[in-house]
Design a binder for this molecule. Structure first.
Ligand SMILES: [Zn+2]
Length: 97
């Protein structure tokens, strides 16, 4: 199982840390209300792999607020796999039901 720190997006394999060893962020006391903002900010992350992860989470959560940011990413990125991921996410978020 793979985990990401919701603050610095460092990834960890296998171990579910309470405090992020990278940035000391308290993952267990993590407040959900800022989560979408953090996700949207992380769409700018320099690692394409993290962006893919964020797009997937936004799509799963059907975050309508993220759609304009996904559209922006889709237009601005030069990575065709990110374009596809963003398009799929937008479709999924906007799908009825
Ligand atoms: Zn961290």
């Amino acid at each position: 199982m793979r985990y990401y720190c919701p603050n610095c997006w460092k990834d960890f394999w296998g171990e579910d840390f309470e405090i992020c060893p990278e940035c000391d962020y308290n993952i267990k006391e993590f407040d959900n209300k800022d989560y979408v903002d953090k996700l949207i900010n992380a769409l700018q992350h320099r690692a394409g792999e993290v962006r893919h992860w964020i797009i997937m989470i936004l799509a799963q959560r059907k975050e309508k607020r993220a759609v304009p940011y996904l559209e922006k990413l889709r237009k601005e990125t030069k990575d065709p796999s990110l374009v596809r991921a963003a398009e799929e996410a937008i479709r999924k978020i906007q799908a009825v039901g």
